[in-house]
Design a protein around this ligand. Structure first.
Ligand code: HEM
Length: 127
């Protein structure tokens, strides 16, 4: 299949590559003193499984996300734009080591960024 017809999920390297990416990404997130307090007491295994599904689905992989809705999961945690920015910076650093083209890396970033308002609760649920 040519690069143009492959999904982002396939270009990244499929399931094993997404699993590695999520693992590496969370290592960075948990090591960041700005972000780690949010994850105190959270079950890391479940979080990584859910994130793996979420990322796979967001990259058009053959995976269905079975976790809770983004807004519901993050409501009331006090996540501000600076936290979201730091989180996405770690994502970009993770992707830089992945061998993906710059175009693919920015595509992934913008897909994940689509959820920004749901994560920070900036818009009321009904609009
Ligand atoms: C666009 C960015 C983000 C995406 C796509 C995302 C996605 C997810 C997903 C898929 C889960 C698992 C849901 C489940 O267990 O059902 C989750 C959980 C969580 N996220 Fe995020 N997240 C994002 C940003 C953030 C940020 C910036 C923070 C904090 C600084 C954060 C903190 C958490 C915490 C604490 C949980 C666990 C909540 C719990 O189990 O009660 N997330 N996120």
């Amino acid at each position: 299949m040519s690069e143009a017809t492959q999904s982002l999920y396939e270009r990244v390297g499929g399931e094993p590559a997404v699993a590695r990416m999520v693992f590496d990404f969370y290592r960075r997130v948990f090591a960041d003193p700005l972000l780690s307090p949010f994850f105190q007491g959270i079950e890391a295994d479940r979080l990584q499984t859910m994130q793996r599904e979420f990322f796979s689905a967001a990259l058009d992989g053959p995976v269905r996300y079975t976790g809770r809705p983004m807004r519901q999961v993050h409501a009331g945690l006090g996540i501000e734009l600076r936290h979201l920015r730091a989180f996405l910076d770690h994502l970009m650093e993770t992707l830089e080591g992945s061998g993906l083209s710059e175009q693919d890396r920015y595509d992934i970033h913008s897909r994940i960024h689509t959820y920004a308002d749901e994560i920070t609760g900036r818009i009321a649920p009904d609009g």
